[in-house]
Ligand binder design. Structure first.
Ligand SMILES: *Cc1c(COP(=O)(O)O)cnc(C)c1O
Length: 228
C-alpha cells in the first residue's frame, strides 16, 4: 500500500512520454479487491478515475467515497444489476448486447440522464472473454443510435489475449483502433469515438503506442491482488 505513490509516479512518467504525440491519456485505477484506504491513498495522489468489475463492490466503495472519484464499471454487467449503478458511474465499459443496452436506456431515462458507454469488442476472440464479435459491432452501434436516446456511445473497449510475447498484442490493439476509425467515419447520432479503452498493467505501453487513450491499471498501481 505504501508503494502506491511510487507506482503512480512511474506510470505518470510513462504516460507523459506518450502525451506529446497523442494528447491526454485517461488513467483508470482498477481497484477491484483493493480496500477503500488504498483508493483514498490514490485519490490523494491525484487519481480521479477508478474501475471496478463487480457491481456490488463498486456500490460498496461508492457508499464511502462517493463523488470524490469517478467510477467506471469495467467488468461484465448483468442486466438485473444496471439499476444499482446507473446513476453512480461515469462510464460503462462493457456494453456488449442488446438486452443490456435496452435496460441501460430504460434506467437512464428513469433518472433523466444520458448514460455514457463503451462497446466492448472481443478482439482476442477467446470464448472466455466477453464482448461483441468484431463483425457485429457496426450493426450493433447503428441500432443503439436509432433506438436508444438515453445512451451515448463514447468509444470502444477491448482486451488483448494473454500472451507470452507481449508484442503479439500489438495487432489486436491496432485492429480495435481501426474499428473505432471506421465507426467514427459513419457519423452516427449519439455515437462518438472519444475513448479507446485498452491496455492493462502488462501491456498498456503497447496499447497506448497503438492509439489507446484510456488505460485500466490495477496490479501496477496497487500490487498483486489478493482474492478473498
Ligand atoms: C482487472 C482488470 C483490469 C486491470 O488488470 P491489471 O492486470 O491488474 O492491470 C483491467 N481491465 C479489466 C476489465 C479488468 O477486469
Amino acid at each position: 500500500m505504501n508503494h502506491i505513490e511510487e507506482n503512480l509516479s512511474k506510470i505518470k512518467t510513462s504516460l507523459d512520454s506518450f502525451k506529446e504525440s497523442g494528447g491526454d491519456i485517461c488513467l483508470i485505477a482498477v481497484s477491484k479487491t483493493v480496500g477503500v484506504e488504498s483508493v483514498e491513498k490514490a485519490i490523494e495522489c491525484g487519481v480521479e478515475n477508478f474501475g471496478e468489475n463487480k457491481v456490488q463492490e463498486l456500490v460498496k466503495k461508492y457508499d464511502v467515497i462517493g463523488d470524490r472519484a469517478k467510477w467506471h464499471l469495467i467488468g461484465s454487467l448483468q442486466t438485473n444489476k444496471v439499476k444499482y449503478i446507473i446513476d453512480k458511474v461515469e462510464l460503462i465499459h462493457s456494453l456488449d448486447r442488446d438486452s443490456l443496452a435496452k435496460e441501460i436506456n430504460k434506467r437512464a431515462k428513469d433518472h433523466e440522464i444520458v448514460s455514457n458507454c463503451l462497446v466492448q469488442v472481443n478482439i482476442s476472440k477467446e470464448d472466455s472473454k466477453h464482448g461483441l464479435d468484431e463483425s457485429q459491432v457496426v450493426s450493433f452501434v447503428k441500432n443503439i443510435s436509432e433506438k436508444y436516446g438515453n445512451i451515448r456511445i463514447r468509444g470502444l473497449m477491448g482486451m488483448a489475449p494473454f500472451l507470452n510475447d507481449k508484442q503479439e498484442s500489438r495487432r489486436y490493439f491496432r485492429r480495435l483502433k481501426e474499428l473505432s476509425k471506421e465507426l467514427e467515419a459513419l457519423n452516427l447520432k449519439n455515437i462518438s469515438m472519444d475513448y479507446l479503452s485498452m491496455g492493462m498493467s502488462n501491456d498498456y505501453e503497447i496499447a497506448v503506442a497503438e492509439g489507446s487513450n484510456m488505460v485500466r491499471l490495477g496490479t501496477s498501481i496497487f500490487g498483486a491482488r489478493q482474492y478473498k
